[in-house]
Design a protein. Structure first.
Length: 215
């Protein structure tokens, strides 16, 4: 078996894409794939693919390619918890609504238990199957249900203000859409920041660069 190196963050960040492509291939009946074919899809090199997988034991035999179904399952085991991690949503506005919808469709490994908001008109409504509760109930809810993950869809200042309470109530990980960076004040927290603006700025850079190149 290949030697196992501790996976770096860039390797971990590539796993979901490997998983997604392999899932699509498995659904299309593809049985085997070589590291160079996988590399072409990922926009990387075969050596990079092999190095990435060596961090987890290799998964394949040199020369005969990877079994698509098996590799998809193995990556799924690495990525997703077998028992759904209890999760709450903070902020039931436009973005919160979208994220609650997403949880209904595609969230292996997480279970959305409840949503919280401060707007009285939202409290008591149902958001894609979960009840919106007043934020004032968060303490009693967390003490009883012990959620570990929060999806944060509130403005920056509100998130900064809520952070110490959420940490104190045992939230370990944040899927963070707010513009508050939890890691600065809570370096031990697991934080995945999602910023559409960053993605658009990256696109913008490339578009600008293309225009400059083309004169
Ligand atoms: P929205 O105004 O529709 O919803 C925000 C909700 O948060 C409201 O229902 C409000 O009552 C609630 N809220 C405010 N303070 C709260 C608190 N302390 N506890 C619980 N609920 C609280 O706004 P939208 O469009 O849903 O956006 C939410 C935030 O996400 C915005 O601040 C925006 O900056 C950010 N955002 C981030 C994006 C990203 O790509 N990361 C994309 C779009 C918005």
């Amino acid at each position: 078996m290949a030697s196992q190196n501790k996976p770096s963050l860039p390797v971990i960040k590539r796993l979901p894409r490997y998983y997604r492509y392999l899932g699509e291939m498995a659904a299309n009946g593809v049985v085997k794939i070589s590291s160079s074919e996988l590399a072409r899809m990922m926009g990387t090199t075969a050596s990079q693919v092999r190095q990435d997988f060596n961090c987890f034991g290799g998964f394949g035999q040199q020369g005969i390619g990877y079994n698509v179904q098996m590799l998809h399952e193995e990556l799924g085991k690495l990525l997703f918890s077998p028992r759904a991690v209890p999760t709450i949503l903070i902020g039931a506005g436009n973005l919160g609504h979208t994220m609650a919808n997403y949880f209904k469709l595609d969230t292996k490994g997480f279970e959305l238990l409840a949503a919280f908001d401060i707007k009285p008109e939202l409290v008591g409504t149902t958001l894609c199957g979960v009840t919106v509760r007043p934020f004032s109930e968060i303490e009693s809810f967390c003490r009883e249900m012990n959620p570990k993950v929060a999806v944060v869809c509130i403005p920056r200042e509100a998130a900064k203000h809520a952070a110490p309470q959420l940490i104190e109530l045992g939230i370990k990980a944040f899927w963070n859409f707010s513009h508050y960076d939890f890691r600065i004040d809570y370096p031990e927290a697991i934080v995945e920041n999602v910023h559409l603006g960053d993605s658009l700025a990256t696109l913008s850079y490339e578009v600008n660069n293309m225009e400059n190149t083309n004169g």
